[in-house]
Design a protein around this ligand. Structure first.
Ligand SMILES: Nc1ncnc2c1ncn2[C@@H]1O[C@H](COP(=O)(O)OP(=O)(O)OP(=O)(O)O)[C@@H](O)[C@H]1O
Length: 626
């Protein structure tokens, strides 16, 4: 028998193919199954135009059979088959796609979209096989042919016997090597899992003989192996089904089957878009944070299918980081894929889908916030932080999308509120949106700095996440109202009745404060009489952009550069403690220094900052207790 050579370019391409196009060997099965599915589709199209042919769906299937003893893996189909010429043209010339030609010649309707287009997928068989044999009988022909190849060497074609129309691909699976276990491609569990992973939604049944254990006839405890033909794939993907026919449980089951999470999703979004780009998608908003969600290890992304075939397990381009918690799948026939089907060649379509999806998620979250407040608060507990990261990152470019989805705890309502709710009930004379940052709600509630703002009857938002202040800085304002920390030097509240007296006090105590500042040296920028304190003797505030809370966060990060807030030590001159301080200033400078140190350290403790010498601090307390 004459051995034919692959064309020169084809030879090089074949080597390239086998070694570099595909990153996972297991995709060979996806490629061969897709070819079989295409071959059946072609019969389906023939039947549309040929009255003598009726397409009875039950007659069309793909079958996978493994023969471990002889290391053979067979893939049969009852598709259109290939003539001798087609075997030569399609399998003898790499990068020649009979399927693409067929698509061009026939009008493709009904979403029966043929998968093949590059004319290379078939050769992925050599990723796992030494020899590939194809036995095929074409529709309308009475002769069958056998094509065989051991890879780059070339191939042979000869006539052979075959009873039914269709194609049989026989792979002689490679022997194991040190690095690679090829035996697994003959194992039932492996084949099943590859089929499920990539080809679950191929429209035709993919059958396999599976071994199950069954009670022996007449016995109550003895089992025997029993072989049964099973259809492995689910065929119709849930996202192609009619929404009206699906129940909440159907979506929840799909979520569980796909291992999207152990929780139940709080919402699903089922999309069938038929516009500039066609796609189907099912998206889930989970309820609970995956254990690794806020770590580097977490990979965001949606599963991407093209015409029912899985292309990518996690397509990260489909989701912005701030919606990285969303799970689900997207299936589109309109994607331009590259040869390996692994990377998308032109991402224009993908970008369009991503944009669309982003808007859908945003709107759905807004709906939940509006109509199912409790549910939204649950969601926000898990993923609110991610939304705030979204506001902060990319130089705030996504703040418009996200600002209405934010919530903070309110001093007034004692629950989470939105910025819109806050602004809508601001009294007319209130200029700013006030916030207080701290470790927890309980701690913030005790902060002396909140006293004046609360006394004015203004609402304060509590920032307990480390990202909060940073996100708000990016946001700058909401509906024209600026944000203001209750600890900032200028709090923006006019205290008319005390205005004059406090500046008199300031003047009167000028030297005392200067001496305090001297004692504390560069630990504080200035010491002054407080306008905001009512019941507490002392507190810290800041001047400039960096607040004390921000200083804490920045310094807890690796490679922190020791950034410091410009701290102001504020003293309540109406407090009894101040009288003692003044007394000490006039009569006992040593005592005055001791009091200054104690007051400063108290202010640090109130802020949740560490004091540099706790032993000295306790010794100082002991001194005054004596
Ligand atoms: N099981 C089959 N039945 C009938 N024709 C087949 C079969 N397998 C392959 N072919 C023919 O061989 C051609 C080449 O197959 P190959 O898998 O290399 O490329 P493709 O499917 O066209 O494109 P892609 O590289 O995108 O998968 C196909 O276009 C098809 O015409």
């Amino acid at each position: 028998m004459e051995k034919k050579q692959f064309k020169a370019e084809s030879k090089r391409l074949l080597e390239l193919m086998i070694n570099s196009i595909y990153t996972h060997r297991e995709i060979f099965l996806r490629e061969l199954i897709s070819n079989s599915s295409d071959a059946i589709d072609k019969i389906y199209y023939k039947a549309l135009t040929d009255d003598s042919l009726t397409f009875n769906k039950d007659d069309y299937y793909i079958k996978i059979a493994s023969d471990k003893e002889n290391r053979l893996l067979k893939i049969y189909d009852t598709g259109i088959g290939m003539t001798k010429e087609e075997l030569e043209n399609n399998l003898g010339v790499i990068a020649s796609s009979g399927s693409l030609k067929f698509k061009e010649e026939n009008e493709i309707k009904d979403g029966h979209d043929i998968i093949g287009q590059f004319g290379v997928g078939f050769y992925s068989a050599f990723l796992v096989a030494d020899t590939v044999t194809v036995i095929s009988k074409a529709f309308g022909s009475d002769k069958a042919y056998k094509w065989e190849s051991k890879g780059v060497d070339g191939y042979t074609i000869e006539e052979c016997e075959k009873n039914y129309v269709g194609t049989e691909i026989i792979l002689k699976i490679k022997e194991n090597t040190e690095d690679e276990n090829f035996d697994k491609y003959l194992e039932e569990y492996m084949l099943r899992s590859i089929i499920k992973k990539y080809s679950d939604f191929i429209r035709y049944p993919i059958k396999m003989d599976v071994t199950t254990k069954k009670l022996k006839e007449g016995s109550k405890e003895e089992y025997e192996d029993y072989i049964e033909e099973e259809t492995i794939n689910s065929m119709v993907p849930i996202w192609k089904k009619n929404k009206q026919e699906l129940t909440k449980e159907d979506y929840e089951n799909f979520y569980a089957e796909k291992h999207y999470g152990f929780d139940k999703p709080i919402k699903h979004i089922h999309l069938s878009v038929d516009g500039m780009i066609r796609y189907n998608a099912i998206l889930f908003i989970p309820e609970k944070t995956p254990f690794d969600f806020y770590t580097k290890e977490y990979e965001k992304g949606l599963e991407l299918y093209s015409s029912g075939v899985m292309i990518m397990e996690k397509c990260s381009d489909l989701l912005p980081d701030y919606f990285g918690f969303v799970k689900g799948i997207v299936d589109s026939e309109d994607l331009s894929l590259n040869i390996s089907r692994e990377i998308l060649q032109h991402d224009r379509q993908l970008k369009l889908i991503a944009k669309n999806i982003k808007n859908k998620i945003k709107n759905e979250l807004k709906n939940i916030l509006k109509n199912e407040r409790e549910k939204y608060e649950e969601f926000y507990k898990s993923f609110g932080r991610q939304l705030k990261y979204g506001v902060y990152s990319d130089f705030g470019s996504n703040k418009e999308v996200l600002q209405d989805l934010l919530m903070f705890y309110s001093s007034k309502e004692k629950k989470m509120v939105t910025l819109d709710e806050y602004v809508s009930r601001m009294p007319e004379d209130q200029k700013y949106i006030y916030y207080a940052a701290g470790e927890s709600i309980e701690r913030i509630e005790k902060l002396p700095q909140t006293e004046l703002v609360l006394d004015k009857g203004y609402e304060i938002l509590y920032f307990t996440d480390d990202i909060d202040e940073f996100a708000i800085r990016m946001l700058m304002n909401y509906k024209g109202k600026e944000f203001k920390s209750v600890s900032s030097g200028d709090i923006g509240i006019d205290i008319d009745e005390n205005e004059n007296s406090s500046s008199v006090d300031e003047q009167e105590n000028k030297e005392l404060f200067e001496y305090m500042k001297e004692t504390l040296s560069d630990k504080v920028k200035v010491v002054r009489a407080s306008k905001r304190l009512k019941n507490h003797p002392v507190c810290l505030s800041n001047e400039g952009d960096i607040t004390i809370e921000m200083e804490k966060i920045l310094n807890s990060m690796p490679n922190s550069q020791g950034i410091k807030a410009d701290k102001v030590l504020e003293i309540n001159i109406n407090h009894d403690v101040f009288k003692s301080l003044k007394n000490a200033y006039e009569n006992d400078k040593e005592k005055f220094k001791l009091y200054t140190d104690l007051l400063y350290n108290q202010a640090l403790l109130i802020e949740g900052l560490t004091i540099s010498d706790p032993v000295e601090f306790t010794n100082n307390i002991c001194k005054i207790m004596k």
